[in-house]
Design a protein around this ligand. Structure first.
Ligand code: S3P
Length: 167
């Protein structure tokens, strides 16, 4: 199987954990766009938002994603806002198998409530804020070829579901 597998979804949907595990099972490389940006900029995502603002972050996020959009044998995890761009959605849907890791706002909240590094949630961190962001984005997430429900599922369950879908 020669494939580009892309994981999209909200913060806390498990893209990084699932992506890592999935890449090992498939013996593919794994790239997490947020990590790549942090390595390149030598700054945390949160510091980039603080110092240069969200627009700047979105620009480098797009460039970084395009850099990997033609790769094969790769599992690619986008940041939560990485599938909002029309061009990115079009290219990734054309070149890869895109999976939307879906979860309820309550479940997302539980998974990320201890993490302080997410700039979009620093103010008004609540189930309602997550639900608000999800509502704005869900239409685009659903343009992924496959939707995998992850609420109440372990990362292993999600990986197995993806593998069954790919077969
Ligand atoms: C963002 C999600 C984050 C990161 C940045 C913005 C978003 O990635 O890219 O903080 O817009 O939802 P994760 O989804 O990996 O947390």
């Amino acid at each position: 199987m020669k494939k580009l597998i892309v994981l999209v979804g909200m913060m806390g949907s498990g893209k990084t954990t699932v992506g890592n595990l999935l890449s090992k099972k498939l013996d593919f490389n794994f790239v997490d766009i947020d990590n790549e940006i942090e390595k390149q900029e030598k700054m945390s995502v949160s510091a980039i938002f603080n110092e240069y603002g969200e627009q700047y972050f979105r620009r480098i996020e797009k460039l970084k994603t395009l850099q990997y959009a033609g790769n094969k044998n790769l599992v690619l995890s986008l940041g939560g806002g990485g599938f909002e761009d029309d061009e990115i959605r079009k290219i990734l849907n054309k070149n890869g198998c895109v999976f939307y890791l879906k979860a309820t706002p309550e479940c997302l909240f539980e998974r990320i409530k201890e993490s302080i590094h997410r700039p979009l949630l620093r103010k008004n961190f609540s189930v309602d804020t997550i639900a608000f962001i999800l509502k704005k984005r869900e239409n685009n997430y659903k343009k992924a070829k496959f939707v995998v429900e992850t609420s109440d599922k372990s990362p292993e369950d999600v990986v197995n579901k993806i593998l069954r879908t790919l077969r």
